[in-house]
Design a protein around this ligand. Structure first.
Ligand code: 5GP
Ligand code: ZN
Length: 112
C-alpha cells in the first residue's frame, strides 16, 4: 500500500534498523523503544491489523511467530512480551499488522 508507513519501511523508502528479513516477514527496531529490547515483526503483505487476519492470509501470521521465536533465541532473550494493538482504542497508531517484541526490563501486568 503506497501510503502506508510500514510498507514504505519494507520497501526501503524509509530507513530502519533491520533485525530480520525474508520473503514474507520483516522485523526492525522500534523508533521509540519502550524497553531495552523493542522491535516490530510485520508481514510484508499489507494486512491492516489482527482484525483483518483470515484463513487466506494467516500463514504469514504463524511465520511472524516463528521469526519471533528464532530472533529471541538468537539474541539470548529468554523472557519477552509480544503485543499487537488492534484499533485506535487499543493504541494502534500504524494500520499495518505488527507484533511488538519487548524485553530487557520488568514488564507490568495487566497493561495500562
Ligand atoms: P502501534 O502504536 O500501532 O501499536 O505501534 C506502532 C509503533 O511504530 C510505535 O511503537 C512507534 O514507535 C513505531 N514507529 C512509528 N513510526 C516509526 C518509524 O518511522 N520507524 C520505526 N522504526 N518505528 C516507528
Ligand atoms: Zn502497509
Amino acid at each position: 500500500m503506497s501510503d502506508c508507513l510500514f510498507c514504505k519501511i519494507i520497501a526501503g523508502e524509509i530507513p530502519s534498523s533491520i533485525v530480520y528479513e525474508d520473503d514474507t516477514v520483516f522485523a526492525f527496531r522500534d523508533i521509540d523503544p519502550q524497553a531495552p529490547v523493542h522491535f516490530l515483526v510485520i508481514p510484508k503483505a499489507h494486512i491492516p491489523s489482527c482484525g483483518a487476519v483470515t484463513p487466506e492470509n494467516s500463514a504469514v501470521v504463524a511465520h511472524c511467530f516463528e521469526v519471533i521465536s528464532q530472533v529471541t533465541k538468537e539474541q539470548g532473550i529468554e523472557s519477552f512480551r509480544v503485543v499487537s494493538n488492534c484499533g485506535e482504542q487499543a493504541g494502534q497508531s500504524v494500520p499495518h499488522l505488527h507484533f511488538h517484541v519487548l524485553a530487557g526490563r520488568d514488564l507490568s501486568w495487566p497493561p495500562g
